[in-house]
Design a binder for this molecule. Structure first.
Ligand SMILES: [Zn+2]
Ligand SMILES: [Zn+2]
Length: 267
């Protein structure tokens, strides 16, 4: 597992550069804010979260997966499955857990206080996909450790899923314009930029839909799917309806946002 950090980092940098390049070449919407200004904020949040993870739980999910396997804990450690099925079932279960966690972060007021920082971005690009309040990142990590132990997911499945999830998040937050037919077909299985953008709408009814981060099937299955934004993809307003001034969305404001801002936005 000593290669884990290398796999993660190269996956992160490779996909990030690729998405930044693609969204520059084929943009979906015009930017509201200066890109460099947003990069500074988003990368600071990503770096802070990464640092916090390193000095606290680190690769806790993988460590827990190794321990659970040794102890024979968790659902999947009770049964023998071929590797490909293990991967498939593991990814499905972890992705479902992430979907459910996302719903809970929207519905429970004090969790929304943390999660609203992700929604406060006034534009979307690949960096938004990893921009969360550091406490939300830490909390998600703890939840993941419990889920991995309970389900008995193999360590290598956890690593593949995490790389996949990060890549998917950078992809579906990107400002990339996909050809219509490609978008439509892709969306049957995975969350596309057009699908996730609706989740970043200022309209509450749209924000509380399209919770998926990787597979799009859960939103259809649990009836939280929105097909198209009411104001159109290129003209819809992104962010929080109560926090639309960029000068109040700098790094220092975002870090204290969970402790000062209201708990739920209006329709
Ligand atoms: Zn959300
Ligand atoms: Zn998002």
């Amino acid at each position: 597992m000593e290669n884990e950090a290398v796999i993660r980092l190269s996956g992160f940098i490779g996909v990030l550069l690729c998405m930044l390049l693609c969204e520059r070449m084929w943009p979906r919407r015009t930017w509201r804010q200066g890109r460099l200004q947003r990069f500074a904020i988003n990368f600071s949040l990503i770096a802070l979260s990464g640092l916090l993870q390193r000095i606290t739980l680190g690769a806790a999910a993988v460590a827990m997966a190794i321990y659970a396997q040794a102890q024979g804990w968790g659902l999947l450690n009770l049964i023998e499955l071929p590797a490909w099925l293990m991967l498939l079932v593991g990814i499905l279960l972890l992705d479902l857990a992430i979907y459910l966690q996302h719903v809970v972060f929207h519905q429970v007021p004090w969790l929304w206080r943390l999660h609203q920082v992700h929604h406060a971005d006034l534009d979307l690009d690949a960096t938004t996909g990893l921009r969360f309040h550091p406490i939300e990142i830490l909390l998600s990590l703890m939840i993941k450790v419990v889920v991995v132990a309970a389900l008995g997911i193999s360590p290598w499945v956890v690593i593949i899923f995490e790389v996949l999830l990060n890549a998917s998040s950078m992809f579906n937050h990107s400002n990339l314009r996909l050809p219509e037919t490609v978008e439509r077909r892709l969306r049957w299985l995975i969350v596309t930029p057009d699908m996730h953008r609706i989740h970043h709408s200022v309209h509450r009814v749209e924000t509380d839909s399209n919770y998926g981060f990787f597979l799009s099937i859960w939103d259809r299955m649990f009836n939280s799917y929105t097909q198209a934004p009411r104001d159109g993809h290129t003209t819809m307003v992104l962010g929080l309806d109560y926090a639309q001034q960029p000068e109040k969305l700098k790094l220092q404001h975002l870090l204290i946002m969970p402790f000062v801002s209201r708990t739920k936005h209006h329709e």
